[in-house]
Ligand binder design. Structure first.
Ligand code: PEP
Ligand code: MN
Length: 281
């Protein structure tokens, strides 16, 4: 172990341990965040969110700002890398109707100041911005929970360091989200949508070093809907405090990430499993 990690282990009170003021601790375990990758229309996000609430989802996820790997490829009904501010307006309606917290990504302070402050309850830092220190420092000054998605390249030190950056500025409402990492899955030529390797072992590894809640993302980490239920169960069994799952009313038709979206029946089954088995941790 390196010195910093050894120090963390030795000090009974871990540097990164956070007190019970962290709102994520108040959330019921398992904390299930679910919804479409992107907001596609007002009607879609409102109707689908009502259904998600009925099956016991704790928070709605839906992207307004979508940093696509290929930025100019897709333009559908005004959607290009998300509906942006228009999408954030719909999220305010979703919150009013469902009374559930909203999880969504922002990439800079401008987006936060332009409606995201009012429409998003849990700010998602996407994998691409995991080490955007200006953004993390800014989020550290807020009184809003942050869901910090692991960079696809990040080591355990870098995960702890990025979380510490937000905590150090005074915001202790942080959860770490594991969402798959670079690797060379040897089945990629068979299951073409697979891009990342699930990082399940990081759950017990982080649990040894910090009490920051860990949310697992079985959607991006698998990239393939048939594997989402299995990897969700594996993450809960490994001690994850919650899951963030991409679900869609018509998964194959999803504007973004269509291969990994699951339908509401599969989501319901995952929620039931998670409620039953997370009690062991
Ligand atoms: C997402 O949650 O839709 C997303 C873009 O995730 P990531 O930043 O992990 O790729
Ligand atoms: Mn997505």
């Amino acid at each position: 172990m390196n010195e910093y990690i050894l120090e963390l282990k030795k000090s009974k009170k871990l540097i990164l341990s956070i007190d019970k003021k962290n709102k994520f601790f108040k959330f019921k375990k398992p904390y299930i965040i679910a919804g479409p990758c992107s907001i596609e229309s007002e009607e879609m996000i409102i109707n689908f969110s009502k259904k998600l609430k009925k099956i016991g989802v704790n928070a709605i996820r839906a992207g307004a700002y979508k940093p696509a790997t290929f930025p100019v490829r897709k333009k559908i009904n005004g959607w290009q890398e998300g509906l942006k501010k228009e999408g954030l307006k719909y999220l305010i309606e979703v919150k009013r109707i469902t009374n559930l917290p909203i999880v969504s990504e922002i990439m800079d302070q401008y987006q936060y100041d332009n409606l995201a402050e009012d429409s998003i309850d849990i700010i998602q830092v996407g994998t691409r911005n995991f080490q955007n220190y200006t953004l993390l420092d800014f989020l550290g000054t807020l009184k809003k929970p942050v869901l910090l998605k692991r960079g696809t390249w990040a080591t355990i030190d870098e995960i702890l360091g990025a979380a510490e950056r937000i905590l150090a500025k005074g915001n202790n409402e942080v959860a770490i989200c594991l969402r798959g990492v670079v690797g060379m899955p040897s089945y990629r030529h068979v299951f073409k949508s697979i891009r990342w390797a699930p990082d399940i072992m990081m759950i017990p590894a982080l649990k040894e070093l910090t009490n920051i809640p860990i949310i697992y993302d079985p959607s991006h980490s698998t990239g393939y809907r048939n594997f989402v239920p299995t990897i969700s169960k594996a993450a809960i069994s490994a001690g994850a405090d919650g899951l963030i799952i991409e679900a869609h009313p018509n998964p194959e038709k999803s504007i973004s990430d269509p291969d990994q979206a699951i339908n509401i029946l599969n989501l319901n089954e995952i929620i039931k499993f998670s409620k039953k088995y997370n009690k062991h941790f």
